[in-house]
Design a protein around this ligand. Structure first.
Ligand SMILES: *[C@@H]1O[C@H](CO)[C@@H](O)[C@H](O)[C@H]1NC(C)=O
Ligand SMILES: *[C@@H]1O[C@H](CO)[C@@H](O)[C@H](O)[C@H]1NC(C)=O
Ligand SMILES: *[C@@H]1O[C@H](CO)[C@@H](O)[C@H](O)[C@H]1NC(C)=O
Ligand SMILES: *[C@@H]1O[C@H](CO)[C@@H](O)[C@H](O)[C@H]1NC(C)=O
Ligand SMILES: *[C@@H]1O[C@H](CO)[C@@H](O)[C@H](O)[C@H]1NC(C)=O
Length: 503
């Protein structure tokens, strides 16, 4: 019997080892007693309730609140951006009365009527991403779902209607999408022309616009069974994956393409605005469903870009060997020695891919980049980064730092940022953006509260302080507006949920 016992154990160990190799774990192995910090999570929730109440009292149904004048703005086609972008955050926080009202709006808003040009990029990441995410969170069984199920089901049909209205954007010579669709003619409309040397190009598509579709449009096809969304996103992505002409540093493609020819028009690469979420989605969509990554082309492209980042553009400012910044490249592909705040998301993305693909050097690079972005915050008077409009990028990387390394210093950083945000408001008013991070109280308040404050800022902050298994990175992958989608395969947590038929 000794022999067969031994044999059994050997087979069993082999099975465990094989599973260990074939499934992935993204989050740090938090000890079971890790509880987050309920006081801090409640403070973020209170901020959501306060800001939402101002929005709902003054602007319900409009896109955004103007918090100083208590007016409203419709810069996202008037579909109610704050409601739909902020809905999944309220689901996660368990704000059931607010969610019921948000769901009713999402189910009934008419996505076929808009007065101006409708922009593919923002409409996709905020509205389509917001509705798919709300549906995924409620379908997961991990959050309270006492809602009208017709309204919940409508999230998918509404997202599909909106995406269908955006399809004319892809009616270009190459399938690289135009920036807008004119809702009157249902024709594609290009964005700003671009002059390079002596030539002016009229059909310019930004790299991030074309490369920030695969996650939402693949998810939408999976939920509806209609492959057309998947195929349009795949075609657009295909031009970015074989860049012509090739970038100066492999993988670090520029920001502008020509939708007439599929050629790249500039070599101004990096992790900055204009490229950022193209690189981000390569790893996030691979995580969503590795089987969709045909021949590992997203994974390989992301590795190429990450390796070039490490080898060429991860720089230490003069006299500061302890800081690591990711430089931008200029239009000719030369290193600029400067970085915009949008690039601060890169630290989190490098940590995410580094953990998933078992590349400790990339986790370390991501940590160093996120640390350096944090330093740009805590050295300004207000405690906010130099580009206050985009401070969520750093909050995001800090969130990944916490969930991936388990080092509580990251929680402290986001708590400092939350408190700094709190000092830029006056009594009884919700938060607002500020104009000068180096002036006390942030200078003049900027009279605009973007929907991303509800979608992204408050969600990453809340999830930094909630228990670490709330919206675990092993079950969900986030779009670029912080909307989590259910991972379909590949992580140990998803495979286990499937075995237990909880998926
Ligand atoms: C939770 O956060 C509060 C507020 O910052 C702090 O006073 C408290 O010490 C924290 N609790 C733990 C257990 O870290
Ligand atoms: C959309 O197309 C119509 C009809 O050609 C045109 O009158 C209108 O100006 C266009 N809208 C925008 C915002 O360009
Ligand atoms: C693309 O450019 C051509 C001119 O080269 C122009 O006629 C066409 O309208 C443009 N398409 C879009 C979608 O702007
Ligand atoms: C800013 O944060 C860094 C850690 O990222 C820390 O080393 C430094 O002392 C902080 N500076 C200030 C002024 O608080
Ligand atoms: C936010 O600021 C208000 C005063 O404006 C204060 O009462 C509250 O305690 C602050 N909250 C946090 C979490 O710092």
């Amino acid at each position: 019997m000794r022999f067969s016992e031994h044999f059994f154990l050997a087979v069993f160990a082999g099975t465990v080892a094989a599973q260990g190799n074939s499934c992935k774990t993204i989050q740090y192995a938090f000890p079971a007693e890790t509880n987050g910090n309920a006081t801090r999570a409640e403070a973020v929730k209170a901020a959501y309730i306060r800001s939402w109440s101002e929005y709902a009292a003054n602007c319900f149904g409009n896109d955004d609140l103007l918090p100083v004048s208590r007016g409203c703005r419709n810069d996202l086609d008037g579909f109610g951006a704050t409601i739909i972008d902020g809905m999944d955050t309220a689901i996660i926080m368990g704000l059931t009365n607010i969610v019921a009202r948000q769901l009713e709006h999402a189910a009934t808003v008419d996505f076929s009527k808009a007065s101006a040009l409708v922009e593919l990029f923002d409409i996709n990441i905020r509205y389509i991403g917001g509705m798919l995410s709300a549906h995924d969170l409620l379908a997961s069984g991990l959050f309270p779902n006492p809602y009208n199920q017709n309204h919940v089901d409508a999230l998918v049909t509404q997202a599909a209607k909106l995406a269908t209205n955006l399809k004319p954007c892809f009616e270009t010579a190459t399938g690289l999408p135009a920036t807008y669709v004119n809702y009157t003619t249902m024709q594609p409309v290009a964005g700003f022309p671009l002059t390079v040397g002596h030539t002016t190009y009229l059909n310019v598509t930004n790299t991030a616009q074309a490369g920030t579709l695969i996650l939402e449009w693949y998810r939408l096809s999976d939920k509806t069974g209609d492959r057309s969304f998947h195929d349009l996103a795949e075609k657009a992505e295909s031009w970015l994956l074989k860049p012509n002409p090739p970038p100066r540093y492999p993988g670090l493609v520029g920001t502008a393409t020509d939708s007439n020819t599929g050629r790249f028009l500039t070599l101004d690469g990096g992790w900055k605005s204009g490229v950022d979420s193209f690189l981000e989605y390569l790893v996030k969509t691979h995580i969503y469903n590795p089987a969709e990554d045909i021949n590992d082309q997203w994974k390989n492209f992301w590795f190429t870009a990450a390796d070039s980042t490490q080898d060429f553009i991860a720089l230490h400012p003069y006299g500061h060997p302890e800081l690591t910044f990711l430089s931008e490249l200029d239009n000719d592909g030369n290193i600029e020695w400067s970085m915009d705040d949008y690039s601060c998301f890169a630290g989190g993305n490098l940590m995410l891919g580094g953990k998933y693909f078992d590349r400790p050097d990339l986790i370390a690079l991501g940590e160093a980049a996120a640390e350096s972005c944090h330093v740009t915050y805590n050295t300004t008077v207000t405690g906010l980064g130099p580009l206050s409009k985009s401070f969520p990028e750093t909050i995001e990387s800090i969130f990944y730092g916490w969930r991936i390394t388990g080092d509580p210093k990251w929680q402290e950083y986001n708590w400092e940022i939350f408190q700094a945000l709190n000092t830029t408001r006056t009594e009884n008013a919700p938060y607002w953006e500020i104009t000068d991070v180096n002036a006390e109280y942030g200078g003049q308040p900027y009279d605009y509260l973007s929907s991303y404050y509800f979608a992204e800022t408050l969600k990453y902050l809340y999830l930094t302080f909630a228990e670490p298994d709330v919206v675990s990175l092993d079950r969900f992958t986030f779009n670029t507006e912080c909307h989590p989608m259910l991972i379909q395969a590949g992580t140990c947590a998803v495979e286990e949920a499937k075995r237990k038929e909880l998926f």
